[in-house]
Design a protein around this ligand. Structure first.
Ligand SMILES: [Zn+2]
Length: 408
């Protein structure tokens, strides 16, 4: 079925589901739903009614298929997000032509993560065509907006009980973490904005004002010279890949102050804003992560009466990890070992993905990421997936499904 799976993937990649803004979601859900229908699934479409990003121009439509004539429990749910990040620069070919060359399929979203969707759909289809009957249920979902937080996608499904411990025993997210690794979870994320407030004055007499940019520089100096060294000493027990990411970290995501761009007048900047991306460890309570930042700002204000600031939370994602001894983990790892002939490392992801919603909102305890895509190629130009990995990953998923659910 490899040839058929490749053609399936190429058709899926040719639907440019770019996010933002969320192009062609309804068309993609419809295409995937029709294919699942042909493969023996009852199909339901779930539009994210009530969410602000679900608009007439860019509807947020998810699709779920339930394999017909299978027991309700145990239930294995495969999920793949079908949104892809913008194309960006540096492509040597059409990113949506899904060209097959030298045993690789090229295109935006191939590795992250439409190859994962193809692999899980064909894993179960291979079992079905062989006439083997599973002693449990299988679902496949294609969801939107993972790249922008997943709120109209997996979070929406989990909040409404589609993916929930009341019905779902195992969840496999087919994200690109490499075909020979099993991913248990991810670190936490805390995004926040800091604004420093100054006092405007003529630029020729800066001593009459207070520069918000200078005050931001004071804050950044503490971040660079005190916080960063402290964070780099905090390490996690989670097996994050790459290993450099097994530490807490902070990145200045953006900064703007004074008169950004355009024509300039001589003024002391009265406002400067910066957005920070703090990655935290499962060992760090989120309240402590927030308090640490606020503490730095308050200390600066104590020592300098002209240091005035505002601080605002933008997004918090808790760290999450499935127990390495869980049945789902050992079964998936065993299947990878038997297909590839190597012992797959159990890893954690440096970045977050929809596992947080499955576990925090759906309360599903056994959730992992496993897929054929290549982590390092995610979001890159000339992103590709090897046909070989696609086939091997699909075989490992099929074997894991048979062992998790049992066969008649
Ligand atoms: Zn992804």
């Amino acid at each position: 079925m490899a040839g058929e799976m490749v053609e399936f993937l190429r058709e899926l990649v040719a639907i440019p589901t770019v996010n933002p803004p969320g192009d062609n979601y309804a068309a993609c859900a419809d295409w995937l739903g029709r294919r699942l229908g042909e493969f023996g699934y009852d199909v339901e479409y779930v539009a994210a009614e009530g969410r602000a990003e679900h608009t007439a121009l860019h509807p947020r439509v998810n699709v779920i298929g339930r394999l017909r004539d299978t027991p309700a429990r145990p239930l294995l749910h495969f999920n793949g997000h079908f949104d892809v990040v913008p194309v960006g620069h540096g492509w040597t070919g059409d990113p949506f032509a899904a060209v097959l060359r030298d045993g690789k399929i090229f295109g935006r979203g191939v590795t992250d993560q439409k190859a994962g969707i193809a692999a899980s759909v064909f894993a179960i289809e291979a079992i079905r065509r062989s006439g083997v009957r599973l002693r449990g249920g299988v679902e496949q979902s294609g969801t939107v907006d993972e790249e922008s937080g997943g709120f109209a996608g997996m979070a929406y499904l989990a909040e409404r009980g589609y993916v929930s411990r009341d019905r779902t025993d195992y969840a496999i997210l087919t994200e690109p973490l490499n075909v020979d690794r099993v991913c248990l979870g991810h670190r936490g994320v805390y995004w926040f904005e800091v604004a420093t407030l100054g006092r405007i004055a003529h630029g020729s007499m800066p001593f009459l004002g207070v520069s918000a940019i200078s005050k931001m520089a004071d804050f950044l100096a503490v971040i660079e010279h005190e916080l960063k060294p402290a964070l780099s000493k905090r390490t996690t027990v989670m097996p994050v890949e790459p290993p450099e990411a097994r530490r807490a970290s902070i990145n200045v995501n953006s900064i703007s102050g004074g008169q950004p761009g355009g024509m300039q007048t001589p003024c002391v900047a009265d406002r400067c804003e910066a957005v920070f991306d703090r990655r935290f460890l499962i060992e760090e309570p989120v309240e402590q992560v927030r308090a640490e930042i606020r503490g730095i700002l308050e200390a600066l204000a104590r020592n300098d009466p002209e240091f005035r600031f505002e601080m605002r939370d933008l997004m918090t994602v808790p760290p999450i990890q499935t127990d390495a001894n869980a049945n789902l983990v050992s079964t998936m790892a065993g299947a990878v070992r038997d297909v590839l002939g190597i012992e797959p490392p159990l890893i954690a992801s440096p970045g977050t993905y929809d596992q947080k919603h499955v576990m925090r909102l759906g309360l599903v305890e056994q959730c992992i990421a496993y897929g054929p895509g290549i982590l390092d190629l995610s979001h890159q130009p000339d992103e590709f997936c090897r046909v070989d990995d696609l086939v091997q990953g699909s075989k490992a998923m099929a074997l894991a499904a048979m062992r998790l659910l049992g066969t008649e």
